[in-house]
Write a protein that binds this ligand. Structure first.
Ligand code: BTN
Length: 237
């Protein structure tokens, strides 16, 4: 696909761009991106709220994507953020945290909320802390591009992101996941280190051994390899 193929919808304000994308998906649209200057009820993972601070970037990508490749979509969504940041500052300290976090100077700079829409449509909702990060204690470290001295506008970062994302969708379609997976692994935090993966009702301890060809996490537990499909990773110091 080409950059020009995206239908881009820009809104001054909405509840959540993911909600707009859900409604749009009912009408079998072409690949679309819904962007809003402000969100009144931005949503995060696990039912959490996502604060929509001024100057930050909020958008949702709506595209036809087979559900069985969900892991690949998660992977390229996060990788594209890393690539855009590295383009702006090649020496930025930016690492990927499975499944879809991007850490800048060790702190969360973005959030990705994937949702299924009707038929084969998927929604990738992305929030990037361009100008500010939340002030209150989130339970994890947060930062913004500006805090890391990357001075870029939300508009500029959006353009750059869409460029990399489109390119990655094409690579995935033409060549499969293997090169993209290698790039993800080359930038992943904590490979070979002890981690805990928390799921809603259980947790696993082991050594982070990377991701498989479907982007599932590989955890070595007492010499046995476990594949984890979803969960939150915590690094054990
Ligand atoms: C996370 O919890 O880390 C995911 C946060 C995702 C936030 C983005 S902002 C644009 C889109 N619209 C939403 O309501 N959420 C996502």
């Amino acid at each position: 696909m080409k950059l020009a193929d995206w239908q881009i919808i820009s809104l001054p304000e909405t509840s959540s761009t993911n909600d707009v994308a859900q409604r749009l998906a009912q009408d079998a649209p072409s690949a679309s991106v819904i962007r809003a200057e402000r969100q009144l009820s931005g949503r995060g993972r696990l039912g959490r709220a996502w604060q929509s601070l001024e100057g930050n970037l909020f958008f949702s990508i709506l595209l036809k994507f087979p559900l069985k490749n969900l892991g690949a979509l998660v992977l390229i969504s996060a990788l594209s953020i890393l690539q855009a940041i590295k383009k702006l500052n090649p020496s930025a300290d930016v690492l990927l945290k499975w499944p879809n976090d991007v850490l800048l100077d060790g702190a969360k700079v973005s959030g990705i909320l994937l949702e299924k829409a009707v038929d084969d449509y998927m929604i990738v909702g992305i929030g990037i802390n361009v100008a500010q990060s939340p002030q209150e204690n989130m339970g994890y470290a947060v930062t913004s591009l500006r805090q890391a001295n990357i001075n870029v506008s939300a508009d500029e970062f959006f353009d750059l992101y869409l460029l990399y994302f489109t390119n990655n969708v094409n690579i995935l379609e033409n060549d499969g996941l293997s090169d993209l997976r290698a790039q993800w692994l080359a930038n992943a935090k904590g490979i070979g280190e002890d981690i805990v993966v928390r799921l809603p009702t259980q947790q696993f301890y082991g050594i982070f051994r990377g991701i498989d060809e479907n982007a599932n996490l590989l955890l070595e537990e007492n010499g046995e390899m476990r594949k984890v499909l979803a969960g939150d990773v915590f690094y054990v110091k």
